[in-house]
Design a protein around this ligand. Sequence first.
Ligand code: GLN
Length: 503
Amino acid sequence: MSRPALPALNIADLQSLLRRREVSPREVLDALQARIEDIDPKVEAYLSIDFEAAAREAEKVDVDLPLGGVPIAIKDIINVAGQPCTCASKILRNYRAPYDATVIRKLRAAGAIPFGKTNMDEFAMGSSTENSSVKLTRNPWDLSRVPGGSSGGSAAAVAADAAFGGLGTDTGGSIRQPAALSGIVGVKPTYGRVSRFGVVAFASSLDQVGPLTKTVRDAALIMTAIAGHDPQDSTSLNEPVPDYVAMLNSNGNLKGVRLGLPKEYMVEGIDPQVKAAVDAAVKQLQSLGAEIIDVSLPHTDYGIAVYYFLATAEASANLARFDGVRYGHRAENPKDLLDHYGRTREEGFGAEVKRRIILGTYVLSSGYYDAYYLRAQKVRELIRQDFAKAFEKADAIVSPTSPVPAFKLGERTADPLQMYLADIFTNTGNLAGICGISVLCGFAKSASRTDSSRGEIDNKQLPIGLQLLGKALDEARILQIAHAYEQSTDWHKARPPLAKIEN
Ligand code: GLN
C-alpha cells in the first residue's frame, strides 16, 4: 500500500508510523535528508545541518516519547550544543554553542532531534529574512517572494516539507508573520511561558520561543514539550503546563466561545484579498458556533512606534556584549581598545542591526529618555489595558496576521518603515505579553508580470494567515479555536507546488 512520502507527513502522522515501528528514526532522518538535498538549494532555508549528530541520536531515541524520533529545525538564534549559532550575523559567523538552550533540552527530553539551524533576519531584526548576512530564503509558494521573518528559515523549511516542524522566536511577530506568509501554523506563547535561557536576546521584555508547524495539533505537541518554568530564566512563569494536545477540541464545536473583532484592525492599506479571506474565516468560526463581538483596541495606532522605541532600546543594551573580546568576530590589528571595539562591531553587524543600535541608544540617551523610552513604556501599559478590557468581553481576538501576503524579494528593503509596518497586527501582542497563533485561512492570487519583455504572467497562490490572540497563559484556548477552524476547512491540506512529492 502506498503512503505519502515521509517528509510530507505532519508530526502527529509521522509519530504514529514511528510508534508502530513501521519506520525507524534513522529512515525518517534519511528521507528528510534526501528531501532537503533536493529542495533546499531552491528555498535556502538552512544555515547549517548536522546529520551525523542527528543520526547518532536517531539510533538511540525512544520513539514512544511524545516527540520520539522527530527531527526539528531550529532558528539559528537558539543554542544547540556543538552546532553553530550565528544569528545569521557575521559577528557570530564562527561561533558554536557550548550548551543546549532550555527549549532544546526539553525537546530532547521529549525525544525530538534538533538537527539543523535555519536562516533568519540578523539577530531576529526584520520581517522578511532579507536581513540575513548569509543568504536569502525564498517562499516555497513563490520563489520570487519572501517567506516572512524573522523566523523565515524555519517557516520556509516546514512549508517546503524540508522539516516536520521548527522553532522560531517572536519579538514583534517573527513566528506568526512568517507562518502566515508561508502558509503554516505559528504560535507565540505568553511572555514567560517558554524559557529564554540559551536563546540569544534581542529585546528581552518581548522575546518568546515558539513552534512553526504544519498543523495546530503539531504546534500543541511542541508547546507541551517546551513550555514550563525554568529556574535559569527569571522571567519564566511558574505555572503548570497543561497537555495542550489532550485539550484540543475533537468535536469542533465552538459554542459559547466569544471572539472579539477589533474595529481598529481593518485598517486602510490592508490587502483586499486578505480582508476577504479573514472575513470568510470569521463567518466560518461563526458557523462553528462562536459568537462574534465588537471590541476596541484604541491604542493600536501607537503599537509600531512603541515597539520600535522599546525593542531598539533593549537591543542596544543586549547587543553591547558583542565586543570581540571573548567570542565572535574580532577586528585584526587594532590600534587600541576603542579601535578594537569600533571596528569589530563595524565589520560584524549589518545595516539593520546598526540602525537599531543607534536608534535604541538615542531613545535611551539622557536627553531623550523621558520623551521616548519612558513615554513608550506608558503607552505600552495603555496597550496592555486595551487588551485586558477586550478580554473581559472576548475569549480571544481575531484579526489578519499580516496586512499583506508575501511580498517580492527586494520590494521593501529600501524602506525600513514599510518593513516595520508588516508587524502592525502582531507586535501589540508582544507589548501586552499575551499569546497568539497564526493559522492558514486562504490564498491570494498574484498575477505579476515576471518578465515584461516576454509578457509572461505568473499566477501564484499566496497564503493568508488568520491571527487569534488569547489572554496570558490561555494558549490552550487559542489552540482549541484554531484547531476547530483548521479541521473544518481544507486549507491546511494545500501544499506549495514546489513541495509536491512524487511517490
Ligand atoms: N519584524 C519585527 C522586527 O523587525 C519583529 C521581529 C521579531 O519578532 N523578532 O523587530
